[in-house]
Design a protein. Structure first.
Length: 91
């Protein structure tokens, strides 16, 4: 029994779909996100200062709503009003 030409053509067209797939794995350093050693979102200024000490530098509030920046040796804390908005690890 001979195979119909369309079967051979169909199998040839589908062959790449069943070929092995290779992919790269992206490794991210563990220090890319804030950890428990930095202030977390939602903390008040009082709690940040009580837990982490006084900042090395305090920048006055700017804009509306007021955004304040406190600089620590390894990171910067941004506050909206008096609540932590973001903590950014210095590179």
């Amino acid at each position: 029994m001979r195979s119909a030409p369309w079967i051979v053509a169909t199998l040839a067209a589908l062959a790449p779909a069943f070929a092995p797939v290779n992919a790269d794995e992206l490794q991210m350093p563990a220090s890319t996100s804030a950890s428990s050693s930095t202030p977390s979102r939602g903390m008040s200024m009082d709690k940040v200062e009580a837990a982490f000490g006084a900042p090395a530098n305090r920048e006055a509030a700017v804009g509306q709503p007021p955004i304040t920046r406190w600089e620590y040796p390894g990171y910067v804390v941004y506050f909206e009003n008096n609540i932590v908005l973001h903590t950014v690890i210095k590179g």
